[in-house]
Design a protein around this ligand. Structure first.
Ligand code: CTP
Length: 401
């Protein structure tokens, strides 16, 4: 996958919350990703973590106040904001949020925010009572009106031994928002639906028919679309993967549930990618109670599931892009082409499942991407990079519409 962080100027504003120590790991990770990280700390943040920690991890001086910064750089309060590619405020206290909502500029961090035209991301982190106070709610709503991206805090046990909303989210999630802020928003305003994972077709409460799909390819496609600014709904069969940041998740079990969920959203989507490995058949009868082994019929009676993609192809609207996946072990191009035409698709990504380094469960993939105008063998690479390459082709098609 392209490294969106390399060489980018990331300003991290750290304010006075106990969660400040967590951001040390974030700075370290961004530095490993080759971002140029500048940390600005409020005075109270320095009570929690020493500026030296952030200086060592970022490899850059830490800015703590407007006037000492001015000694080395007379315009630090302007240049930090002006040169930034993204400003991330984490953890953001109720106090800093209130100041930002009011447009105040009484310290280096708030001044930097006013001076920047880069995307500003705010990660509130505070006691849940402070977070749910109507003053804080109003201030956060105001930040959104001002165009700042507010990443909702997590719910859980906090340092003050209270349980509730207000925990700083995990870096894996926030990192996706930073990546989004650094990526051209070519999918802005596009509603996208992606399906992923297997389906499970129950036989009784203990047993089901399913397949080897892990969901990795579909989740990577969802992540890549979110980074490009798409409004993404991910309809996922059972998968152990965490919900990708910024994506609306709908979890389903069976092919029939996936059918209902997909058709409910399909009419509003400009791009639909069906990466799910939908079970083609389900047991004819589902038993309400676990069937005892000596009562099981050794022949399983199955019935056909609806082909969701075929149905989407029939209902396809003018300008809607429909992408399917196919798992094949031979004659990839011919089999893929047949499916592309039969299901009225714009693209089909054909996975070669004959080897064990591509296709199911593994991190890597190589797909033959068939479109109406020809075939392209994408390189053998990570599923995340494959997702990016598929999106590049879809974005080009959207632009040509
Ligand atoms: N698909 C679907 N609904 C189904 C079955 C498949 O939407 N009931 C979609 C998958 O999400 C995928 C594509 O169709 O995008 C796979 O095509 P399909 O023809 O079903 O592939 P196979 O099941 O592999 O077909 P076959 O066994 O006939 O090769």
């Amino acid at each position: 996958m392209q490294n969106v962080f390399a060489g980018k100027k990331v300003v991290i504003g750290v304010t006075g919350s106990i969660a400040a120590f967590k951001v040390a790991g974030w700075v370290s990770d961004l530095a490993k990703e080759e971002a140029q990280v500048s940390v600005v700390m409020t005075r109270s943040a320095t009570e929690f973590v020493s500026p030296l920690t952030f200086a060592a991890l970022s490899g850059n001086d830490v800015h703590t106040d407007m006037f000492s910064a001015a000694k080395e750089n007379t315009m630090a309060h302007i240049s930090l904001g002006r040169d930034a590619d993204v400003v991330l405020i984490a953890p953001a206290t109720a106090n800093t949020i209130a100041k930002l909502a009011a447009g105040m500029a009484d310290d280096l961090l708030t001044t930097t925010v006013l001076a920047t035209r880069a995307r500003v991301l705010v990660c509130p982190a505070m006691n849940s009572r402070m977070y749910s106070h109507s003053a804080t709610e109003r201030n956060i709503a105001r930040l959104r009106e001002l165009g700042y991206t507010v990443v909702d805090p997590d719910c859980g046990m906090m340092a003050c031994k209270e349980h509730g909303d207000g925990r700083l989210p995990e870096w894996d999630e926030v990192k996706e928002y930073v990546a989004q802020a650094l990526t051209p928003q070519v999918l802005q305003g596009q509603r996208i639906m992606i399906t992923a994972g297997p389906t499970r077709e129950p036989l009784d409460p203990a047993r089901f028919l399913s397949n080897r799909s892990s969901g990795k390819m579909g989740y990577a496609l969802a992540k890549s679309a979110f980074r490009r600014g798409g409004e993404v709904t991910l309809i996922s069969g059972p998968s152990s993967l965490p919900a990708p940041a910024g994506v609306t998740m709908q979890r389903v079990q069976t092919a029939l549930e996936m059918y209902d969920a997909v058709l409910e959203h399909a009419g509003q989507c400009s791009v639909i990618i069906k990466a799910a490995a939908v079970a083609d058949y389900r047991p004819e009868k589902k038993f309400a109670h676990k069937v005892k082994k000596d009562q099981i019929d050794t022949r399983l009676h199955l019935e056909r599931n609806p082909d969701i993609l075929l149905e989407l192809g029939k209902r396809k609207k003018e300008g809607q892009i429909l992408v399917g996946f196919a798992a094949e072990s031979q004659n990839l191009r011919e089999e893929g082409m047949k499916k592309l035409q039969r299901k009225n698709l714009d693209f089909i990504a054909v996975n070669d499942i004959s080897g064990d380094s591509t296709g199911f469960e593994v991190e890597s993939n190589q797909v033959l991407l068939l479109g109406r105008s020809g075939a392209e063998l994408l390189p053998y690479t990570s599923k995340m990079h494959t997702a990016d390459l598929i999106w590049d082709r879809i974005v080009a098609q959207l632009a040509a519409l």
